[in-house]
Structures are given as structure tokens and as C-alpha cells.
Design a binder for this molecule. Structure first.
Ligand SMILES: Nc1ncnc2c1ncn2[C@@H]1O[C@H](COP(=O)(O)OP(=O)(O)OP(=O)(O)O)[C@@H](O)[C@H]1O
Length: 282
């Protein structure tokens, strides 16, 4: 578990009354919200874990928070500004957030070297003219240096992996490459949606250490309000225990309980959480 000095910082992301109702296929049955009026906030440098049984709304909530789904009710604010369609806050949030998925191979083009795949988000930012990420006068050496640095951060030797192809990589190595691809744009918010569940058990500890060290570096920022925040969705409570600061427990689109990770895992107040913990191995 990490500790984060967020006492004096403002939340980087706030969701208020977030609700999402998916259209059902023409049935008259009353529709149930996938996410039902959830309030959530994320502090700079904080790691928030969202846990809950399958279908409880974890992925939907995280996509609402990152502005990738439009809520049917409620609102998201990024750095204090409402995230409305086409707004500057929506563009900033899209630019400042990055995702790591369950299947790392889905985010690595099989035709590209790992170096190219990791560089691509930076190149795309350059094409969009996001000047803080990419300056036109930068040459290929700067780009290669940045890619090599981020590969080292995820414990992939650049000399070996820069020119490797996804088919050369194990699942764990591919997930590290996918994390590097997410980190290369220096996101303010990293969403990791079940980042370990498709990885061989023996490689999971390594990925966990990688994510822990990324969060530790982020927390060491001189200005805590500049730290990267992480939202992690995981069925694996061992992972949650080792990386999260705070846990939010979801059931049927609602928050059952939330609090500091050790409090929730050691002294859950709700029977739903107790059952969830009993079903998991810590
Ligand atoms: N695109 C969609 N269209 C219709 N219903 C959806 C859609 N996406 C999710 N749902 C429904 O919304 C509810 C919440 O789904 P969500 O994927 O957010 O849950 P989850 O907790 O992430 O589940 P899991 O752990 O299985 O990934 C579920 O009942 C799901 O079937």
C-alpha cells in the first residue's frame, strides 16, 4: 500500500451523481442503471481501486470518469472544470489520461516493433499539435531517448525490446510494453482495467512491482499536485492490497462502502464486501 500526501491538494477528478443506463433491446422491463448516482473523487498521486462482482459497474464507472462515456445524469469535473462535450476540460482529460487493458496484445500492433508502438502516442500528440508533449524541433534521437527511458522504467531492456515484435514477447513482457505505451505521454491519470488477469501468475508479481514503482515515483514529485493518479480495477485483492490507497466497493452500480485500503480489507463493514473478500485469495 502506498501513502500519499494529498492533504493540501484538490482532487484532480471528481464525479458527482454519475449515472449510466444502457438501452435494453426493446423490452418493457424497467431498466437498471449500470452505474447509479455515484460520487467519487481522485486525488493527485492517489491510487483508487474499484472492486466488485462481475457486472457491478466498475468498467462503466471508470469510462464515465475518464470522459469516454457520457453519463445519463451527473457530471465529471477535471482539475475543477466540468467535462462537457467539446469543452477544453474534455480535451485536457483525454490528453492527460491513459489506459492499460487486460489483454496487452490488443494495444500492440503486431506489425510494429515495440519501440514504434511505444512511440506512437507521442507521435500522435505531435500530429495533433499537443506542444507540451512533442516539439517539432525535437529530432528522432529525442524520441528514441524518451522511448528507451520509459522502457527502462517498466524494466524492459531497451537494447533488446526496442526492436522486438509483440510475437517475440511473453504476456508479462507485453503488458510491460503496454504500460510503457501508456506512460510515454506522461499521463496525469492512468486507468488500469484488470491489468493482471490475462498474465501468467508467475509474471504478475513483476507487473505489480512495476506499477508500484511507477506510483512511488509519482508520489515523490516535489509538488504533490503534479503526481500521477491511478484507478485500478482488479478482481485480485492481493494486487489491490499492495498498490491502492483507497478502495471503492461496487454492487449493482452503487457504492457499498469505500475507505482506506487496509480498513476495507481488514474490517469490511458490509456483508457484500466480506463475501467478496472471502471469495478472493489474499
Ligand atoms: N455497452 C453495453 N451495453 C449494454 N449493457 C452494458 C454495456 N456495457 C456494460 N453493460 C452492462 O452494465 C453492467 C455493468 O457492466 P460493467 O462492464 O461496467 O461491469 P464490471 O463490474 O466492469 O464487470 P466485469 O467485472 O465483468 O468486467 C452490466 O450489467 C453489463 O451487462
Amino acid at each position: 500500500m502506498g501513502t500519499t500526501d494529498v492533504a493540501h491538494a484538490d482532487p484532480i477528478l471528481i464525479g458527482k451523481g454519475l449515472t449510466k443506463i444502457y438501452a435494453s433491446n426493446g423490452s418493457d422491463v424497467a431498466q437498471k442503471a449500470a452505474v447509479d448516482g455515484i460520487d467519487v473523487s481522485l486525488m493527485p498521486g492517489e491510487c483508487l481501486a474499484i472492486i466488485g462482482e462481475s457486472g457491478s459497474g466498475k468498467t462503466t464507472l471508470s469510462r464515465l470518469l475518464l470522459g469516454q462515456l457520457r453519463p445519463d445524469a451527473g457530471q465529471v469535473a477535471y482539475q475543477g472544470s466540468p467535462v462537457l462535450r467539446g469543452s477544453a476540460a474534455a480535451r485536457s482529460l483525454a490528453r492527460d489520461s491513459a489506459l492499460v487493458f487486460q489483454n496487452p496484445f490488443a494495444s500492440l500492433d503486431p506489425r510494429w516493433t515495440i519501440g514504434r508502438s511505444v512511440a506512437e502516442p507521442l507521435l500522435a500528440a505531435g500530429r495533433r499539435g499537443s506542444g507540451h508533449l512533442w516539439h517539432r524541433r525535437q529530432d528522432g534521437t529525442d524520441l528514441a531517448d524518451r522511448v528507451a527511458k520509459v522502457l527502462s522504467e517498466v524494466q524492459l531492456d531497451p537494447d533488446r525490446f526496442m526492436t522486438a515484435y509483440p510475437s517475440d514477447l511473453s504476456g508479462g513482457q507485453a503488458q510491460r510494453a503496454a504500460i510503457a505505451r501508456a506512460l510515454v505521454v506522461k499521463p496525469r491519470i492512468l486507468l488500469a482495467d484488470e491489468p493482471m488477469s490475462a498474465i501468467d501468475v508467475s509474471a504478475r508479481v513483476g507487473i505489480l512491482h512495476t506499477l508500484q514503482s511507477i506510483m512511488a515515483q509519482s508520489r515523490q514529485q516535489a509538488d504533490p499536485s503534479n503526481g500521477m493518479s491511478m484507478i485500478i480495477i482488479s478482481h485480485d485483492l492481493g494486487v489491490v492490497q499492495h498498490i491502492a490507497d483507497r478502495v471503492m466497493v461496487l454492487s449493482q452500480g452503487r457504492v457499498v462502502e469505500e475507505g482506506p485500503v487496509q480498513t476495507i480489507l481488514d474490517h469490511p463493514s458490509q456483508s457484500y464486501t466480506r463475501q467478496l473478500l472471502a471469495a478472493a485469495t489474499l
